[in-house]
Design a protein around this ligand. Structure first.
Ligand code: ATP
Ligand code: MG
Length: 558
C-alpha cells in the first residue's frame, strides 16, 4: 500500500478501487439527499462535508436532491433553509433536484413492473399487511391479493393515481419474496394513497412513492455513481439493487449504495423530528435558536463555517456509530476564532473602580492591539478615565498568593493601560463593595517602553471606562440538555433532560468601539470568551450571543 492510499478513508478506498476497475473519473457523481422536513443539523454537516468534499477531491458533480416524497411533513421553508445552510458552509451543488420531479417516471416504471408481474395492488389494511410479514426467523404469509390479474392491478393502480381510491384503501407492493431472510424484501410497499397538498406538485398526485422505491431510481435518473447513506440503510441495499434491476439499462451507469456511520453529538439531539418538537413546544425560540445543533442555530451562536467543516473533517467517516463530545465542536470554534476574532473589552458583572490619583474630567484614548494572533488586524482606541468598571470577581479584599487579580496593597495591570494598586473599598449597609479605590503609576503605560511599564505584575485585568461604557445585552448560553445522550433513555422522554439554565440574559458594559460591529460579526471579549452580534440588535441596544467561553485562564496568558 502506498503512503497516499493509507491516508484515505474507507469511502475513498471504495472510489479508488472502482476507478481501478469499473469506473472512469468522468463517471463519478455524488449527491446530498435531505428530506425537506426540518432544518439541517450538525449530523447532516458530516454527510455534506463527505459528499461535497468528494466532489472537490475528484472534481465531480454533487447534486442537491430534495427527497420530497412525504407531502404531510414537507415545506418550502425547509427547502430554502437547507439551500441557505449549504451555501453558507461554502459548497456549490451541480444541480438542484427534487424526487418529486421524477413522479411521472417512477409511475411509468411502476406500471411496467405491474405488466411484468413484479408488482400488485394490495387492498388490505396496513395492520393486516404488517401481521403477514412474519418474523426474521419465520416466513411471511402471502396476501390474498398477491395473484390479482395484471389487468385488475393496472385498473386499481390507475384509480389510486386518479384519486378514485380513499387513503389507506390500497397500496402498490413489489412482488419479491415473502420468505426472504431480509424482511424488507417481503413484498415492500412502493406506493400509498395520500390526498394531501405537496409543496411542489400541489394536488396533481394522489399517490406517493415510498423511500426505497424512490431513492435508488432517483440516483439512477441522475446517474449518481456512489450513493452514500447512513448505516441503518445497510439492509435496504438489497432492495435498492432489486429495484434497480427492474429498470437498469446496461448502457447506463449503475449507482451503488454504500453506508457510513451516523454522527451523534453529546448533550443534544440530532434528529429533525426531535428538533421539531423543541420548536413546536416553544422550548427554543425557533430552528435557529443559538442553542439548537442546527447549522443555522450554530451560525447564529457564532460558529464559523470553517469551524464546522474542520469539526466534520476531524471526526472523519467511520463504520461504527459513536457519540462525539460537544467539547470537540467547541474546541474547533475556539481554534478558528482565536485567529479571526478581534479582541475587545467588555465587563459582564461590574463594580466601580476609582483611580484616586488620576485627574478628574480627563480622558485618554489608549491604543489597543486588535488581535495578537493576526498582524494585519491593526489597532483601535479605547478611552481611559478616573472611573472604570471591572468584573466583581476580579477583586478580593485579601487573598492568598495564588490569586493573581486585584487585592488591597497589590499591583495588577489594566490591559492596554496602566499598573494599579488596590488601596481601599467603600461598602453599602449590607457590606457589599460598591467602589474600589486604587492608585495608578503614570509611568507604567503599556507599550511606552519605560522601565516602570516593563515591570512584571502577576495579573492583567480587562476594564471599561464608566463614562463611555456601552450597555449591551448579552445572552449566555449553556448546553440545552443536562444528559450526554438525552434520547437514549428507555423510560424517559428526551425533553425530561432539558437544562433549565441553558440561557441567562444580562446587561454588560462594553468599550465604545463595539458600536461599529455588524450582525454576525464575532469578537473575543478578553478573558471571557467569543461572542457574536445577534440579529435582534437594534440602534439603541446591541445584543451579543456567547458562542463559547475561553478555556484558557487569562492568568496563564498574561
Ligand atoms: P433526521 O432523522 O434528522 O431527519 P435523516 O437521516 O432522516 O435525519 P435526511 O434529510 O434524510 O435526514 O438526511 C440527509 C442525509 O444526511 C442522509 O444521507 C443521511 O444519511 C445524512 N445524515 C442524517 N443524519 C446524519 C448524522 N447524524 N450523521 C451523518 N449523516 C447524517
Ligand atoms: Mg429522514
Amino acid at each position: 500500500m502506498t503512503q497516499e492510499k493509507e491516508s484515505l478513508n474507507f469511502i475513498e478506498h471504495i472510489i479508488e478501487d472502482d476507478l481501478q476497475s469499473t469506473h472512469s473519473k468522468s463517471d463519478l457523481c455524488f449527491r446530498f439527499p435531505p428530506e425537506p422536513n426540518g432544518y439541517l443539523h450538525i449530523g447532516h454537516a458530516s454527510s455534506i462535508c463527505l459528499n461535497f468534499g468528494l466532489g472537490l477531491r475528484y472534481n465531480a458533480p454533487v447534486n442537491l436532491r430534495f427527497d420530497d416524497t412525504n407531502p404531510a411533513k414537507e415545506e418550502q421553508e425547509f427547502v430554502d433553509a437547507i439551500k441557505r445552510d449549504i451555501e453558507w458552509l461554502g459548497y456549490t451543488w451541480a444541480t438542484e433536484c427534487y424526487a418529486s420531479d421524477y413522479f411521472q417516471q417512477l409511475y411509468d416504471w411502476a406500471v411496467d413492473l405491474i405488466k411484468n408481474g413484479k408488482a400488485y395492488v394490495d387492498s388490505q389494511s396496513s395492520e393486516a399487511i404488517a401481521l403477514q410479514k412474519g418474523t426474521p426467523t419465520t416466513p411471511g404469509t402471502a396476501s390474498p391479493y398477491r395473484n390479482r390479474s395484471i389487468e385488475e392491478n393496472l385498473e386499481l393502480f390507475r384509480k389510486m393515481k386518479d384519486g378514485e381510491a380513499a387513503e389507506g384503501e390500497h397500496v402498490l407492493r413489489a412482488k419479491i419474496d415473502m420468505s426472504s431472510s431480509n424482511m424488507l424484501m417481503r413484498d415492500p410497499v412502493m406506493y400509498r394513497t395520500l390526498h394531501k397538498h405537496h409543496h411542489r406538485t400541489g394536488t396533481d398526485w394522489k399517490i406517493f412513492p415510498m423511500y426505497d422505491w424512490t431513492h435508488g431510481e432517483s440516483d439512477y435518473i441522475e446517474q449518481v455513481s456512489h450513493s452514500f447513506c447512513t448505516l441503518e440503510f445497510l439492509p435496504h441495499r438489497e432492495l435498492y439493487d432489486w429495484f434497480l434491476d427492474q429498470v437498469y439499462d446496461p448502457e447506463k451507469l449503475r449507482p451503488k449504495q454504500r453506508e457510513f456511520a451516523r454522527r451523534n453529538l453529546s448533550h443534544t439531539v440530532v434528529s429533525k423530528r426531535k428538533l421539531a418538537r423543541l420548536v413546536e413546544e416553544g422550548i427554543v425560540s425557533g430552528w435557529d435558536d443559538p442553542r439548537m445543533p442546527t447549522i443555522s442555530g450554530l451560525r447564529r451562536r457564532g460558529y464559523t463555517a470553517d469551524s464546522i467543516k474542520n469539526f466534520a473533517e476531524s471526526i472523519g467517516v467511520g463504520k461504527r456509530e459513536n457519540l462525539i463530545d460537544v467539547s470537540h465542536l467547541e474546541f474547533n470554534v475556539r481554534d478558528d476564532l482565536n485567529k479571526k476574532a478581534d479582541r475587545v473589552m467588555v465587563v459582564l458583572d461590574p463594580v466601580k473602580l476609582i483611580i484616586t490619583n488620576y485627574p478628574e474630567g480627563q480622558t485618554e484614548w489608549l491604543e489597543a492591539e486588535n488581535n495578537q494572533e493576526d498582524d494585519s488586524a491593526g489597532f483601535r482606541k479605547v478611552p481611559f478615565s478616573r472611573e472604570l468598571l471591572i468584573e466583581k470577581e476580579d477583586f478580593k479584599e485579601s487573598a492568598n498568593k495564588k490569586y493573581f487579580r486585584l487585592t488591597l496593597g497589590k499591583e495588577v495591570r489594566l490591559k492596554n493601560a496602566y499598573i494599579i494598586k488596590g488601596e481601599s473599598v467603600v461598602k453599602d449597609a449590607e457590606g457589599n463593595i460598591t467602589e474600589i479605590h486604587c492608585t495608578y503609576d503614570p509611568d507604567s503605560k503599556s507599550g511606552s517602553g519605560t522601565e516602570a511599564s516593563m515591570r512584571r505584575v502577576k495579573g492583567t485585568l480587562h476594564w471599561v471606562s464608566a463614562e463611555q461604557a456601552l450597555p449591551v445585552e448579552v445572552r449566555l448560553y449553556d448546553r440545552l440538555f443536562t444528559d450526554p445522550s438525552p434520547d437514549t433513555h428507555k423510560e424517559k422522554d428526551f425533553l425530561d433532560f432539558i437544562n433549565p439554565n441553558s440561557l441567562e440574559v444580562i446587561t454588560a458594559y462594553a468599550e465604545p468601539s463595539l458600536k461599529e460591529l455588524k450582525v454576525e460579526e464575532k469578537v473575543q471579549f478578553q478573558r471571557l470568551g467569543y461572542f457574536v452580534v445577534d440579529r435582534d440588535s437594534t440602534k439603541s441596544k446591541m445584543v451579543f450571543n456567547r458562542t463559547v467561553p475561553l478555556r484558557d485562564s487569562w492568568a496563564k496568558l498574561a
